[in-house]
Design a protein around this ligand. Structure first.
Ligand code: MN
Ligand code: MN
Length: 331
């Protein structure tokens, strides 16, 4: 056996071992260099939804809901690639997240690139199958229109509107476009109108203009949604902002649109908006959230064709890690 064959076999055996022993460990970068191996999220084992673990990671490769630049359908494989750099120990929490919880990559949800209705059905079923086994999950979209069927599945599972924390440059409460209701800038409005999330326990972070008109604000005003703008973050200290966050009791969902970040930190996205948050500010905010039961989360709107340096994917990987640690705090 050549050295290369041997390395390949060892690699496979390693991946098998972690799963067979129910350990769900990352493939070590000190044993196998981080640029080697078959790419899974965080170099974790691949598993079936029914297997015995705690948190499922998966992709939703669909961008049929974008209104401007497409490309988010390529995000799951791009983020998997960059997650080879994702490590498991959180310094300020002193938590080894992959020891606290068993986490696995369950692959991608199947989608129909030219049919949103069919894609929505598939996403709702896929997420429904995961939560049926009482697992938590983090998905990588996909454009923001993919969050709506995820929330529909969660609403059925938990039988009550969810608490909802939404990071975004945009409120995503905008009207139909070209006669189509379910574009990526309308999912938050539908989520409230369908009773999937509780607007009284909803917070939008990173919001900024310009808007199409003053009436773009009507929906969040009417529903009394707590909006944290970039001005709010910059005009106060981060510690003050965090201190004012409510405690989220009951099932809570986080949707992280990567365009909440400034395009300097996340250029690879469909609808970039200047004047956004820094990666560090989102880290601090995520670390400061007080959530008793984070049941699921997503990262959406990463568009690899515009992410030539990979910094957008790295920000997505880092956000996944912070989200996992928030789930780990509940364990
Ligand atoms: Mn959005
Ligand atoms: Mn956005």
């Amino acid at each position: 056996m050549t050295l290369i064959d041997k390395a390949f076999v060892t690699n496979c055996i390693f991946a098998d071992n972690v799963r067979m022993n129910n350990e769900y460990k990352q493939m070590s970068g000190r044993e196998f260099p981080r640029f080697s191996g078959i790419k899974t999220f965080f170099r974790l084992p691949i598993a079936n939804i029914q297997d015995n673990f705690d948190v499922a990671l998966f992709g939703i490769p669909y961008d049929g809901g974008v209104s401007y630049r497409p490309g988010a359908r390529f995000a799951p494989s791009h983020v998997r690639e960059f997650s080879s750099l994702g490590r498991g120990f959180h310094m300020s929490r002193a938590m080894q997240v992959f020891e606290k919880m068993r986490v696995a990559d369950v692959g991608d949800c199947s989608t129909v690139p030219i049919d949103q209705a069919q894609t929505y059905e598939k996403i709702e079923k896929f997420v429904g199958d995961i939560v049926k086994t009482n697992k938590k999950f983090i998905s990588v979209g996909g454009d923001h229109s993919t969050t709506l069927p995820v929330l529909r599945a969660l609403r059925k599972k938990y039988n009550e509107p969810l608490n909802f924390i939404h990071f975004d440059a945009h409120m995503d409460t905008y009207p139909a476009a070209w006669g189509c209701e379910y574009h990526h800038g309308a999912f938050a409005r539908h989520s409230v109108d369908e009773g999937l999330v509780n607007p009284k326990q909803m917070m939008q972070i990173g919001i900024r203009g310009p808007l199409a008109g003053a009436d773009d604000l009507n929906f969040v005003k009417k529903n009394n949604i707590h909006v944290v703008t970039v001005d709010d973050v910059r005009e106060n200290s981060l510690s003050e902002i965090i201190k004012k966050f409510p405690v989220f009791k009951g099932p809570t969902y986080i949707s992280f649109d990567i365009d909440c970040l400034d395009p300097a930190y996340a250029p690879g996205t469909g609808t970039p908006v200047p004047g956004g948050l820094t990666t560090y500010e989102t880290q601090r905010i995520l670390r400061g959230l007080k959530i008793e039961n984070l049941v699921g989360a997503d990262i959406v709107e990463v568009s690899p064709p515009y992410d030539t340096s990979g910094i957008t994917a790295l920000a997505a990987v880092d956000t996944m890690f912070e989200l996992l640690c928030l789930m780990g705090e509940n364990k």
